[in-house]
Design a binder for this molecule. Structure first.
Ligand SMILES: *Cc1c(COP(=O)(O)O)cnc(C)c1O
Length: 446
């Protein structure tokens, strides 16, 4: 038995893999069969299995990895931190990495969202932002503000609380009876929904009109609107014009409703600016960050909030305080990985370098634009996507398999194929991703 096959069999028997019908791993004969890929090590944008085959990580290992696997500078920072302090509880204690990271994040918001609250995953960050918003309104004497708004196709995590603002059927439907106060779902500004003659800005304005209508009637009892700025990832890289965010900001101000930007996927330079919302020239009241913030190394999430929100919790009464905690809140190793990641943005001038890489990605996918079954080729910074028209319910798995065979990790969302590589991807590797996408498309459509 090859080393790969051994790990594969042992994993199948003992590990319950996420977001997976485990039978699809076991039944090799099924058209739905998904190969489980045992990874021995990573280096830069490449992952290596136990038999020496390598895969180009075209989706940054679920959108987390920014500067490649086993990045030497992040490794060195973590080694040093390991020798100093691996963890201490954050209630009643503090430490260097969490203070420095909070200061750096504050500076990245221009000082506007200067208070950082920590957790370990994105779904928890979503729940923290929702709880903070609700509790803020309660603290200022507006307890009736207890409803949330999200966009059609929104994804903000899969814990029972976060599912309330997630609108992706495959994640939500089975658990609908558990989700207690589902948020109101608003029309999405996704520019694929534009009617003939409508520009992306037009559909943004049309979607914002829906928000305006809702707030006119229900603003009094609405606490917050949560959005994935510019790109709704799990919806299938649904992109919208920044105009939507500008209008949403104005409407939220008018109706005294918080604007929460979930930058878990789009933050950390993914769309071209450090935060996606910067492209609309607005400031949210709350920001959720996770995924890339630790460079894809360790579970870490952060909620950043304004002075106004923070100050409403200051009081002699414990009940007005934000009584929320996770055991690993502000873990020093995770914060150190995040600091090393932010250092790389500065020393490598990542945002500038990425502008050129984004053009290479555009060029690598350009030949597919003419394909008769490809539609809506679109891009925002280091995210590029297209939709494939096919009635085959197994398209996504067949494409994924064909891409793996050709040496790249590309995992479509339904019929949407996307590239979201680590920022260290080289020009030749970008070209390879384009080639593999074209090849896998032909095989999957056969
Ligand atoms: C991944 C993601 C989340 C959830 O993060 P987890 O760490 O997987 O819980 C929330 N919001 C967005 C936009 C995401 O992409």
């Amino acid at each position: 038995m090859s080393a790969n096959a051994d790990w594969l069999a042992r994993s199948q028997a003992a590990v319950w893999h996420p977001c997976t019908q485990m039978r699809h791993h076991a039944e090799q004969a099924s058209p739905a069969h998904l190969p489980l890929v045992p990874i021995a090590r990573g280096a830069g944008p490449w992952l290596y299995d136990f038999d020496g085959k390598r895969y180009l990580d075209g989706i940054s290992s679920w959108w987390t990895n920014l500067f490649g696997h086993a990045e030497p500078r992040i490794n060195a920072a973590l080694r040093a931190q390991l020798e100093t302090l691996e963890h201490v509880m954050l209630a009643g204690f503090t430490h260097q990495p969490v203070v420095e990271l909070s200061e750096r994040l504050n500076a990245l918001t221009g000082g506007a969202l200067g208070h950082a609250f920590y957790a370990s995953d994105g779904a928890s960050a979503t729940e923290i932002a929702l709880k903070m918003s609700f509790h803020y309104w309660r603290n200022v004497g507006r307890p009736e503000k207890a409803e949330f708004l999200c966009l059609a196709g929104s994804y903000h995590g899969e814990t029972v609380g976060a599912l309330a603002v997630t609108d992706v059927a495959i994640f939500k439907d089975a658990y609908a009876p558990l989700v207690r106060h589902a948020a109101h779902v608003l029309p999405s500004p996704d520019f694929r929904l534009a009617e003939t003659g409508e520009t992306p800005a037009d559909i943004a304005r049309r979607a914002a009109a829906g928000l305006a209508d809702w707030l006119e009637k229900n603003g009094e009892r609405t606490a917050a609107l949560i959005v994935e700025p510019l790109v709704q990832g799990a919806a299938g890289m649904a992109m919208h014009d920044p105009e939507y965010l500008r209008l949403a900001r104005q409407l939220c101000d008018r109706h005294e409703v918080h604007l929460i930007c979930d930058e878990i996927a789009v933050g950390c330079g993914r769309t071209g600016t450090f935060f996606a919302h910067e492209q609309a020239d607005i400031r949210p009241d709350l920001i959720c960050l996770s995924k890339g913030i630790s460079g894809g190394y360790l579970p870490l999430s952060v909620v950043l909030c304004s002075d106004t929100i923070y100050n409403a919790f200051l009081d002699d009464s414990v009940a007005r305080a934000f009584l929320h905690s996770h055991s690993y809140t502000g873990n020093p190793l995770a914060c150190r990985a995040a600091l090393a990641t932010l250092d790389i943005f500065a020393t490598d001038d990542t945002l500038t370098v990425n502008r050129r890489k984004a053009q290479k990605i555009t060029a690598a996918l350009a030949p597919l634009a003419a394909h008769p079954q490809v539609a809506h080729l679109r891009q925002r910074g280091m995210i590029a996507a297209f939709d494939v028209s096919t009635a085959d319910p197994h398209f996504s798995r067949r494409f994924y398999r064909a891409a793996l065979d050709a040496g790249a990790l590309l995992r479509p969302i339904g019929n949407t194929v996307y590239l979201m590589p680590p920022y260290v991807v080289g020009d030749d590797e970008i070209a390879l991703l384009g080639q593999v996408a074209g090849q896998a498309l032909e095989i999957a459509l056969r």
